[in-house]
Design a binder for this molecule. Structure first.
Ligand code: TNX
Length: 510
């Protein structure tokens, strides 16, 4: 027996997590047992891309590198030649716009997609494969390992969104950017902004300036509100776009319009402007359907909003128009829709718009609670050829309390536990809705009771990642028991990112 025999216990290489806890769960993942990719101070990044995509692909790689430079302290240069991190947008078109293939082994880490967007999604997976401390905003000690793996991935649905209500309480540009960052981490691709309601008008419209200067001045509770200038809104669109989220602006009509009615007397049927409103009732305001000026107004608003929106969708609201006579509603929505399509945008609206005749390519947003009326509306929309986005209030509304002890939020759709919000299948939620009509899912966060980012985060986390998984992962991957374990593993990442999440006792946080 040699005196200095090497012992097997002396292996210095720390092992990466052998069962990474990805959310959303990829379509397929296999472990490369015994292999580990390690990021080191000499790791460099190469991006293989064609001329048309090189700028966007370069930006995606740069964003990825910039984050890791902060936490690792490594240079992570993007180089023209050979590198251990191999990124490519030259993958086959069969990967789809958002799909990617990933491989981490002992010698290299590669992500291959067909588009810069697909590369972005793949690098989002890499973020989650790295240790949680890689999200830190200060330099941390390594090792920076990724357990050997291959992943093939692409989304189940094209529409995976979240909505932020910036009307009831206003959220600053900085706060909106933070929310975008958090949504991007779970591969969401739509940011719906609820920009107008009874309590405040939040987007600048040059032709109707009082909408913001007066109509945006307050918020729920009577505290100062605010609004996005055109420059602010452009910055939101840019920032979201860089993270591959499409901004969908909503101007809620014909109800939820007190802020506009208060700003311009001529929009009211009686010619008298009501006072600004800072309560939380719904259903008391309506645009004046019979007045021609209503459509001059909306033509201006949708034109200016569409001009600031590179995405193909504009949301015209249409919900809870309890003060609009039904026959007026049926007259109004097609007229408003035509003003949206005139701007070459697709019409999106809450489920009630399905009562009206919809333009081609419209999207109806279901917000029901398993009730017959809401289900009928979703089916009516589909029967007209529209797509349906699912935001069931009793599952996907992030403003619903988790349980009776949740300190804020509402409960009109019931308490929504993490398990309840996760445990449903978008393709079978609404009986007899053709599966091809379902565009995807969206988790709205209404802000009547949420006046700061901490509260938003507390309501969105941990439920938002669950909705993101329902939108991305195949139905065969959806399973509460295993999801719960993967969710628990996000805890240290959220701590590192200083997310004020609800530490639900039913989850083992790690
Ligand atoms: C209903 S859902 C509304 C909003 C409220 C929300 C609160 C929908 C289309 N309208 O006006 O903010 O409930 O949960």
């Amino acid at each position: 027996t040699p005196l200095f025999a090497p012992t097997t216990t002396a292996l210095a290489t720390p092992q990466a997590d052998p069962a990474p806890s990805l959310i959303p769960k990829p379509v397929s993942q296999t472990a490369l047992t015994g292999q580990t990719f390690t990021l080191t101070s000499s790791s460099a990044i190469n991006v293989a891309t064609d001329a048309a995509e090189s700028q966007a692909a370069g930006k995606v790689a740069e964003q990825f590198a910039a984050r890791l430079r902060v936490s690792t302290g490594y240079p992570l240069a993007i180089v023209p030649g050979t590198a251990t991190i191999k990124l490519s947008t030259n993958g086959p078109a069969s990967l789809g716009a958002e799909g990617y293939q990933l491989r981490a082994d002992s010698t290299a880490l590669s992500v291959t997609a067909a588009t810069p967007e697909g590369l972005y999604r793949g690098l989002t997976t890499v973020r989650q494969l790295l240790p949680a401390k890689s999200e830190a905003s200060t330099q941390q000690a390594g090792p920076w390992t990724v357990a050997g793996t291959t992943i093939d991935d692409s989304p189940r649905y094209a529409y995976r969104g979240t909505m932020l209500d910036v009307s009831r309480h206003f959220f600053s540009l900085t706060e909106v950017k933070r929310y975008i960052d958090l949504a991007a981490l779970y591969k969401l691709n739509k940011l719906h902004l609820h920009l107008s309601d009874d309590q405040g008008w939040r987007i600048q419209v040059d032709s109707w300036p009082r909408l913001t200067t007066y109509g945006g001045s307050l918020e729920v509770g009577g505290t100062p509100g605010g609004f996005y200038t055109k420059a602010d809104f452009a910055e939101i669109v840019r920032y979201a776009g860089e993270r591959y989220l499409q901004v969908i602006p909503e101007i809620d009509t014909p109800g939820h319009t007190n802020a506009a009615l208060a700003s311009y007397a001529q929009l009211n049927c009686n010619g008298v402007a009501p006072p600004l409103y800072t309560g939380t009732d719904v259903g008391f305001s309506s645009l004046c359907v019979a007045k021609p000026v209503t459509y001059t107004f909306l033509d201006d608003v949708f034109r200016e909003v569409a001009q600031q929106t590179p995405g193909d969708i504009v949301h015209l609201g249409g919900d809870e128009a309890h003060s609009t006579p039904h026959s007026d509603y049926l007259t109004f929505v097609p007229k408003a829709s035509a003003l949206v399509t005139k701007q070459n945008k697709r019409v999106m609206g809450w489920q009630e718009i399905a009562e009206t005749s919809l333009p081609a390519n419209s999207i109806a947003q279901y917000w029901g609670t398993d009730d017959t009326r809401s289900r009928d509306l979703a089916r009516k929309a589909a029967a007209q050829g529209a797509k349906v986005v699912l935001s069931p209030a009793n599952r996907a509304y992030l403003d619903m309390k988790y349980n009776s002890s949740t300190p804020y939020g509402l409960s009109w759709a019931g308490y929504v536990s993490i398990q309840k919000s996760y445990s449903w299948n978008p393709s079978t939620l609404i009986p007899n809705l053709p599966t091809t009509a379902v565009a995807g899912v969206e988790a709205p966060i209404w802000s009547e009771t949420l006046d700061n980012l901490d509260k938003l985060e507390y309501m969105a986390f941990p439920r938002l990642p669950g909705i993101a998984e329902l939108g991305w992962s195949p139905s065969s991957a959806l399973d509460w028991t295993t999801y719960k374990t993967r969710l628990g593993a996000q805890g240290s990442r959220w701590d590192t990112l200083s997310i004020n999440f609800y530490r639900a006792p039913e989850i083992t946080w790690r």
